[in-house]
Design a protein around this ligand. Structure first.
Ligand SMILES: NC(=O)NCCC(=O)O
Length: 387
């Protein structure tokens, strides 16, 4: 099994920085010198302590307007490790994660969370490194009536909460094929719709393309009681146009449920990509990653000449929210289960568009024309050379 992280959160590096320097440093790395941490109720803290997860809550303010009321919402993000070994029966593994997540949702409800998102494929191990089809394909479920979605619908209705459930989808109407999908559950408990992952990794142990194709649902934005949201699933985080399309369709909040391991390229990019996307598209982003090391019975290789192994290494958690103004919360722990809560005013999306005019001066027609040219077989890059 791979070694755990030396830092519990990256913020641990800051503990020895002198107070004055820390203010400056935070202004750059978080976009503000004060974290604006909100108190967490004793009840929620007790649930967290009894069930060994961390709760952090932060507040972001927008400009107070005369004609528009603030649109304050509380956004929650859950990061978890597995609750049972991968050798346990599928039903047992799933139920144990349900039991763990139920406690975290209970705490989220006590803290008045309005919209909640879980990590990519939240009720199963990240099994694609194995390239084995069974037993893992058994985790795939119907996006309207599957066990995970049904389980979360009950909470959505009970707590008046919109919940985003990233699942392994079984498309029973279309030849039983499998997809990587996020289902949006309304505060009424009904399903609003689903989105299928647009960009599928084929790198190292991320062998998802053995199981499913790139999604075919475009860039839907879901209108909910609490705001317009979209889901850019994991690897789509590396694709600026994927973020942009959700923005063009009117998203105010874009979740990035992920599965990412420490020491990888993504570990270096994690803190940049979500924040950059929030600024470029004037929406809130929330990047969420699983935690812990997932060990499998059979060895697999990463096709890099190195020895076969039974685990991918530790997933690094580190969930955070970024705002259109480029501010962000500190990261959640790299190695423990957690609930991140961020209180934001959605009015900031329009305010940022007014302030910075990124959307107004976006040159969509020239990009559209350039993209069309770049897809042609006879495409010639526009390079000018000295003659
Ligand atoms: N789950 C997932 O898409 N991981 C992506 C791996 C990467 O970002 O390199």
């Amino acid at each position: 099994m791979s070694a755990p992280f030396s830092l519990k959160t990256l913020e641990d590096c800051l503990k020895n920085v002198p107070a004055d320097d820390l203010k400056d440093l935070k202004t750059h790395i978080y976009g503000r010198s004060n974290d604006n941490e909100l108190p967490v109720s004793t009840k929620a803290q007790k649930i967290a302590k009894d069930n060994t997860f961390v709760i952090k809550s932060y507040k972001f303010e927008a400009i107070k307007e005369d004609l528009r009321k603030p649109r304050v919402v509380r956004i929650g993000a859950i990061q978890t490790s597995l609750a049972a070994p991968t050798t346990e029966p599928i039903g047992v593994q799933r139920q144990k994660i349900f039991d763990k997540v139920a406690k975290i949702i209970e705490a989220a409800a006590l803290e008045n969370v309005n919209i909640l998102c879980l990590q990519e494929l939240w009720y199963l191990p990240y099994v694609f490194c194995t390239r084995e089809k069974y037993p893992w394909c058994e985790f795939a479920e119907n996006p309207e009536s599957g066990a995970a979605v049904t389980f979360l619908s009950t909470f959505a209705r009970k707590y008046n909460m919109v919940i985003v459930s990233p699942i392994l989808e079984r498309d029973e109407d279309q030849g039983d094929i499998v997809w990587n999908t996020a289902v949006v559950i309304s505060h009424t408990g009904k399903i609003i719709g689903k989105h299928r992952k647009n960009h599928i990794p084929r790198v190292g142990d991320f062998n998802e393309s053995t199981y499913y194709f790139e999604g075919n649902t475009g860039h839907p934005v879901f209108e909910t009681k609490y705001g317009r949201l979209a889901i850019n699933i994991c690897y789509g985080r590396h694709h600026p146009q994927n973020w942009m399309m959700f923005g063009l369709n009117g998203a105010e909040i874009v979740f990035n449920p992920s599965a990412e391991i420490g020491g990888s390229l993504s570990d270096r990019m994690w803190f940049i990509e979500g924040r950059a996307a929030a600024v470029a598209n004037s929406f809130f982003t929330i990047t969420i990653n699983r935690v812990g090391t997932e060990v499998f019975a059979n060895e697999f290789t990463s096709a890099d000449g190195k020895k076969a192994h039974n685990d991918m290494g530790p997933f690094y958690g580190s969930a955070y929210l970024a705002t259109p103004e480029g501010m962000r919360t500190p990261g959640m722990p790299r190695d423990s289960d957690g609930l991140l809560i961020s209180e934001v005013d959605l009015n900031e999306c329009r305010q940022s568009r007014d302030l910075h005019t990124f959307r107004m001066c976006q040159r969509l027609p020239i990009y559209a024309e350039g993209f069309t040219r770049a897809t042609k077989l006879d495409f010639k890059p526009q390079i000018i050379r000295e003659i």
